[in-house]
Design a binder for this molecule. Structure first.
Ligand code: GGG
Length: 353
């Protein structure tokens, strides 16, 4: 029996709706196993800008640092997407949080539930058995380098930077993880073009001999984008830079059937943050139809990684499996054969879990 403090940070759009379900599942687990989970809540993103003018208020950051784990929702708002001149943006809250908490490793499991083989547009025989764990580097790359305009604003630049230290620490995390899985690591870069990628490859090649039991493959990101769809089973652990990881995991979500199924764990020096890989999805916000399973599976990662509660985590995953086996679907993972009465909204999906 353990006592843990969890900070819930729903953020924007459907983040509010799905995080409520993730929290409810954590609560159910606490009751079932006799743990005491206490919760606090904090603002981030557009919601925080509206309330305080700051996408990551100091109060939110302090609460994050003082918690045992953070259950996070999503950030974003359409009003900024078509306003390139906006100086304060919701996403700045997410980036600052990652930097301030030292969250350099973003684990994104591409877990395919058998029942959802038909939900993907990729053929079943190509998909069956696919099981990939992405390690996306989270605190470097083009996201955090100098950015600006020159030539009277007619030229824009974003500087991509990586240090040996940054590449080595994420690569070691990925190698360690590969050792516990199928012992295959694919390092993805664009070393034929980018200097940051050449350093990336150099560092991975240098430490690879320390992991003789792990088979390492090096791929260019364009080839990986193609192979993920052509032959997803060839991948076990994939390690890559911030931008490549962001794009490749959205693509890989189609292996799992929907963005609404992909959970993530951001870990590093301090408190771990657990969130769906999807964003705020304002097109469906308030309709009560968002798939909450990415938040539920993020809660499972939280239990496992931050609290070491393996049995509790596995129970959550098996509850999702059972719900899918029973035929329940949110609209993003329903297909033409799903009976209308089995297509559930966000809260009802949560109740089934
Ligand atoms: N829950 C993930 C989320 O809110 N994503 C929105 C976003 O701005 N993502 C940028 C990134 O992940 O780098």
């Amino acid at each position: 029996m353990a006592s843990k403090q969890i900070l819930v940070v729903p953020g924007d759009g459907i983040g509010q709706e799905v995080t409520a379900v993730g929290k409810k599942v954590l609560d159910k687990i606490a009751g079932k196993f006799g743990h005491t989970f206490t919760y606090d809540e904090a603002l981030v993103g557009h919601a925080a800008i509206e309330a305080t003018g700051n996408p990551l208020p100091d109060e939110t950051l302090a609460k994050m640092k003082n918690s045992d784990a953070v259950l996070f929702g999503a950030v974003g708002h359409p009003k900024y997407d078509n306003d390139p001149s906006a100086k304060v943006r919701p996403e700045q809250g997410l980036l600052k949080m990652r930097k301030e908490l030292g969250l350099y490793a973003n684990l994104r499991p591409i877990k395919l539930f058998d029942e959802l083989l038909g939900a993907s547009s990729i053929k079943e025989d190509i998909l069956r058995g696919a099981d990939i764990l992405f390690f996306r580097e989270l605190t470097g790359d083009i996201y955090f380098g100098e950015k600006g305009r020159k030539n009277n604003g007619d030229t824009a630049y974003d500087l991509a930077e990586y240090s040996r230290f940054e590449v080595e620490r994420i690569a070691r995390k990925a190698f360690d993880s590969a050792r516990t899985r199928r012992k295959k690591l694919c390092s993805v870069d664009k070393a034929n073009v980018l200097e940051t990628s050449r350093l990336w490859r150099e560092v991975v090649q240098k430490i690879a001999p320390e992991y003789p039991d792990v088979e390492v493959e090096y791929q260019f990101v364009d080839a990986t984008a193609m192979l993920l769809i052509k032959d997803p089973k060839r991948f076990d652990v994939v390690v890559t830079a911030n931008l490549f990881g962001d794009i490749l995991t959205d693509e890989a979500s189609q292996i799992a059937g929907s963005m609404g199924m992909l959970a993530s764990a951001s870990i590093g020096d301090g408190t771990g943050v657990y969130e769906p890989i999807h964003g705020s999805a304002h097109d469906i916000t308030g309709k009560g139809i968002a798939n909450p399973l990415a938040s539920v599976l993020s809660a499972a990662l939280l239990l496992d990684i931050s609290f070491g509660m393996k049995e509790e985590s596995e129970l959550v995953i098996s509850a999702v499996d059972k719900l899918l086996k029973a035929g329940f679907r949110s609209s993003d993972i329903a297909d033409a054969g799903t009976p209308a009465e089995k297509i559930l909204g966000t809260e009802a999906m949560g109740e089934q879990v």
